[in-house]
Design a protein around this ligand. Structure first.
Ligand SMILES: NC(=O)c1ccc[n+]([C@@H]2O[C@H](COP(=O)([O-])OP(=O)(O)OC[C@H]3O[C@@H](n4cnc5c(N)ncnc54)[C@H](OP(=O)(O)O)[C@@H]3O)[C@@H](O)[C@H]2O)c1
Length: 449
């Protein structure tokens, strides 16, 4: 990093990782050096960059002379004041962050996998005990400012629910399915061609990425230490065009949601799943790979934060904000506020009640509808509306239930699958904030067979 001719004190940064985000951060540090010096009161200089492979070809702005594969040596070097971890994953990132914090060096990270693990809980405790910053604004929704807003601006608020679209890949896929009528496979292939989805897309489409982010959000919004395994998770791979079409003609849009909410007794329920949202809901308009988080507070009401949830430059921008904060704090001998965390008391999300949509393909035989509706009733799931479409040699039944426990809906679906005339159970999707009256319903029993 070229040093400006100034008398400002120097803060030396170890950068761990020079991939998509690390490389973008190096670029921002270089192009904004003068501005950063004014904002942070110090000259932020790179003291070294740890990577896995020294022989890898890199962008011209990545200074080759600073590269090393010795991450531990770099973070423990007495010349280093501050560490930015952009390797990802639990190890070796966890050990390197531990080494930095134990040496009293503030750490900035974007690593959701680490933060949402038991290791992450231990690292937050270590940082607090040592009085050192551990900042992670970029870990949930890239450039969307969330952590600082929740931790500082809304710190006096009693938050009831945080509901977000925090995975851009799945939002892109569902947006394409909704707006272009393509199926899941075609939308995924397009996301992969655009670099929005990995060759193995499981982390995104099976909900792991969003679950890690939900766990981090639970900590920041509600003050509970939550890990990824505390989050109930369902992916988007079962969504079919028929579900999307039903949602569209019924005033809904299917979105990949992460939801954390608190009950009156302080228990937390956290879940990730595709959901039908009314088209009038603010999150329904969050399209393509964008992210947004919708916060419902008792006094503040509804607050929504929206923006680019991933990508090198947007994520590096959030990292840079933390880096400036940490630099200011190092100079002032202070740290960012870290409220005490409580051990989480979980409420099973599957016990929460919501209206649900269920799609069933059946043989076209007399008495089938009666069997199907009785099965809903046997599981205390009451039906709000039903549509029936003719299929080749059969019928498609599309139900919307009144608010019901998700466990009961799942048991209903299992029991339906065991009925002889049922060919296939398609989607079963929760409806979030659905209105009571629902589209073009056929009264139950109205087309009795
Ligand atoms: N990409 C995004 O849009 C995005 C958005 C939000 C948050 N994040 C988070 O940001 C972090 C970085 O993501 P990324 O996309 O930049 O990852 P990436 O492109 O895969 O880069 C990872 C970097 O870590 C280096 N590395 C791997 N193992 C290492 C080791 N043992 N020691 C030292 N360096 C090692 C790699 O070195 P080589 O270059 O030699 O391979 C590479 O430079 C992750 O925690 C990710 O979850 C990313």
């Amino acid at each position: 990093m070229t040093a400006a001719a100034s008398n400002a004190p120097v803060v030396r940064v170890a950068l761990l990782g020079a991939g998509t985000v690390g490389s973008a951060l190096i670029d921002l540090l270089r192009s904004r050096a003068a501005q950063l010096e004014v904002q942070s009161g110090a000259r932020i200089e790179l003291g070294g960059i740890a990577v896995a492979d020294l022989s890898r070809a890199r962008a011209a702005h990545v200074p080759a002379e600073l590269l090393t594969t010795d991450g531990t040596g770099l973070v423990t070097d007495p010349a280093i004041d501050l560490v930015v971890e952009l390797i990802g994953g639990v190890e070796p990132a966890g050990s390197l962050v531990t080494a930095a914090l134990e040496a009293g060096k503030p750490v900035v990270t974007a690593n959701k996998a680490l933060l949402a693990s038991a290791r992450g809980v231990a690292l937050r405790t270590l940082a607090r005990d040592r009085g050192v910053d551990l900042l992670y604004e970029a870990s949930v929704a890239g450039a969307v400012p969330l952590v600082r807003v929740l931790r500082e601006s809304l710190t006096g608020e009693r938050i009831r629910r945080v509901m977000g679209i925090v995975n851009g890949t799945t939002n892109f896929i569902l947006t394409r399915m909704s707006e272009q009528g393509v199926d899941y496979g075609e939308a995924l292939a397009e996301a992969q061609a655009l670099g929005l989805a990995e060759r193995d897309p499981s982390a995104d489409v099976d909900g792991f990425d969003a679950a890690a982010k939900a766990a981090i959000l639970a900590g920041v919004a509600f003050g509970y230490d939550m890990v990824i395994d505390d989050v109930e998770r369902e992916g988007i791979t079962g969504i079919e065009p028929a579900d999307i079409q039903f949602a569209a003609r019924s005033g809904y849009v299917v979105k990949p949601l992460a939801i954390v909410e608190v009950g009156d007794d302080g228990q937390l329920a956290a879940r990730v799943h595709p959901a039908m949202l009314p088209t009038a809901h603010l999150l329904a308009g969050v399209r393509e790979a964008c992210n947004a988080v919708f916060i419902e507070g008792e006094a503040a009401g509804e607050v929504m934060l929206y923006g680019q949830g991933a990508g090198g430059a947007p994520t590096a921008s959030a990292v840079l904000g933390d880096l400036i904060d940490a630099t200011r704090n190092v100079r002032a001998g202070t740290t960012a506020p870290v409220p005490d965390r409580l051990p989480v008391r979980l409420y099973p999300s599957s016990e929460l009640r919501s209206p649900c949509y269920v799609r069933i393909d059946v043989d076209d035989e007399p008495g089938v509808l009666g069997q199907v509706t009785r099965t809903f009733g046997d599981h205390t799931v009451s039906i709000r509306s039903m549509e029936q479409d003719a299929q080749a040699g059969g019928a498609r039944l599309l139900f919307v239930t009144h608010a019901a426990r998700w466990t009961e809906v799942q048991r209903t679906v299992e029991a339906l699958a065991a009925l002889e005339p049922v060919r296939r159970i398609g989607g079963a999707i929760r409806i979030v904030d659905g209105p009571e009256s629902f589209g073009t319903a056929v009264p139950v029993g109205g087309s009795a067979r």
